[in-house]
Design a protein around this ligand. Structure first.
Ligand SMILES: Nc1ncnc2c1ncn2[C@@H]1O[C@H](COP(=O)(O)OP(=O)(O)OP(=O)(O)O)[C@@H](O)[C@H]1O
Ligand SMILES: [Mg+2]
Length: 422
């Protein structure tokens, strides 16, 4: 073969190769394009996924924070619940900064210290304190005089009873005014003459004769604070509590003077100190002793009047009745005929009575009945009138009421031991 022939042959094969190569390049380009497209779409989805992950993550963080907050709250609550309750005690004496004698609820005494956060100035004799259960360390001092029994005994609203609502006790009313109200309103009179007014006035009389009513009238008329407590409220379940209440009662009286303290049903704490052996009796006795001590600590003109009422003078401890304590005893007797008439007038004042009823007739037939019985008599008469469909209360209604009251009185009399009201 000639060389030219050879040359033209190799040129044609080269151009053939070139062709093939071009095709291949074209194919590769296509492939690249597709791959690029794929990469782009993968990038896109991964971006989307990343955003979604981010959102999920932040939601998870939020949830975590919420759970953490909840856990803290629960922990605090749990701490509160787990905190052991404190015991209540009373300071007997402060010996030094870290030696304080206290008494717990059962009357045992201990020497203890106070926690750092307790202000030593708050710790004084007879202050109530909160004690740690385990080591009896004083954890806090409780404020004085916050006992609801004592706080609630101050009469904020004046009772609507006035002296005009009390019948047949004119002498008693005069005596109460002289002995309770006068020393508060005009102490100079006593100073001028040089005598001390009575320290305490005791109203004594059978049930239902108007003792509580009288005290209410005093509260209404006296222009001063009136503190009323019923003896049984001072009788407490725990040792030392009754004595503390009495102390707080007199403390409140001193803070609010001029004032009148009225102790109703004094016999609940003032019964004779006999050979008692139950702890309950001894506790009542201690309350009484505290009352005696408080009354001794008073000067009669200290702007504080004390009235008490009882229907069992026979069982009262003599110590209560000696001079300097309840040294004026005022008898509130059962009403006599005139008294009964007045009481009936008071209680029938608002009643619609038939014209033929003469109420004074009844006062003659009501020996031995008390003011409360008379009031009851009027109510019963009204009840009979209602039952019988009368428009006014007629004589027959009053007659039936009298029979009913008498019957009740007789059945009651058979239960009461003789000589109770001496
Ligand atoms: N002298 C009176 N005048 C008018 N009403 C009276 C009189 N005495 C008693 N009453 C009536 O009887 C009710 C009961 O009286 P009160 O509560 O004062 O008796 P008390 O002497 O305190 O009895 P107790 O010793 O049982 O406590 C009074 O609310 C009143 O309606
Ligand atoms: Mg009474």
């Amino acid at each position: 073969m000639s060389s030219t022939e050879n040359e033209s042959k190799s040129i044609s094969s080269i151009s053939e190769d070139e062709h093939v190569l071009k095709d291949e390049i074209e194919n590769l380009r296509e492939e690249l394009k597709i791959l690029k497209g794929q990469v782009r779409s993968m990038e896109y989805t991964s971006n989307l996924e990343r955003e979604a992950y981010k959102r999920e993550l932040s939601a998870a963080y939020d949830e975590l924070n919420m759970v953490r907050r909840e856990r803290n709250l629960m922990k605090r609550q749990l701490d509160e619940v787990m905190k052991p309750p404190m015991l209540i005690g009373e300071v007997i004496e402060v010996l030094s900064e870290d030696e304080i004698i206290i008494k717990n609820g059962t009357g045992q005494t201990f020497i203890t210290t106070a926690a750092n956060e307790v202000d030593m100035k708050d710790l004084d004799i007879s202050v109530r304190v909160g004690l740690d259960r385990n080591n009896l360390v004083i954890m806090r001092a409780l404020t004085r005089g916050k006992d609801p029994v004592i706080m609630g005994s101050e009469l904020i609203e004046r009772p609507i009873v006035s002296y005009d609502d009390i019948g047949g006790l004119e002498d008693v009313i005069t005596e109460v005014k002289e002995t309770v109200e006068l020393p508060l309103t005009d102490p100079k009179v006593f100073k001028r003459i040089g005598i001390d007014p009575p320290s305490g006035v005791l109203l004594v009389g059978p049930p239902g004769t108007g003792k509580t009513l009288l005290a209410k009238a005093v509260a209404n008329s006296a222009n001063c604070t009136f503190i009323r407590i019923v003896g049984s409220e001072l009788v407490q379940k725990f040792i030392g509590e009754g004595g503390r209440l009495v102390r707080e009662l007199f403390q409140m009286a001193r803070d609010k003077k001029p004032c009148i303290i009225f102790i109703d049903e004094l016999d609940a704490i003032g019964a004779k100190r006999l050979g008692m052996d139950t702890t309950g009796d001894r506790e009542v006795q201690r309350t009484l002793m505290q009352l005696l001590a408080e009354m001794d600590g008073f000067h009669p003109l200290e702007d504080i009047g004390i009235i008490a009422a009882t229907n069992r003078k026979d069982i009262l401890d003599e110590a209560l009745l000696r001079p300097g304590r309840f040294d004026r005893i005022i008898n509130v007797p059962l009403p006599d005929e005139g008294g009964r008439k007045k009481i009936l007038d008071i209680h029938t004042k608002d009643l619609k009575m038939a014209k033929d009823v003469d109420i004074s007739d009844y006062s003659k037939k009501m020996d031995d009945l008390s003011g409360a019985d008379l009031k009851n008599f009027c109510t019963e008469a009204g009840m009979f009138a209602i039952r019988r469909k009368h428009r006014t209360i007629k004589k027959e209604d009053f007659d039936s009421a009298l029979v009913k009251i008498r019957e009740r009185d007789e059945s009651k009399a058979s239960e009461v031991p003789a000589g109770m009201f001496n």
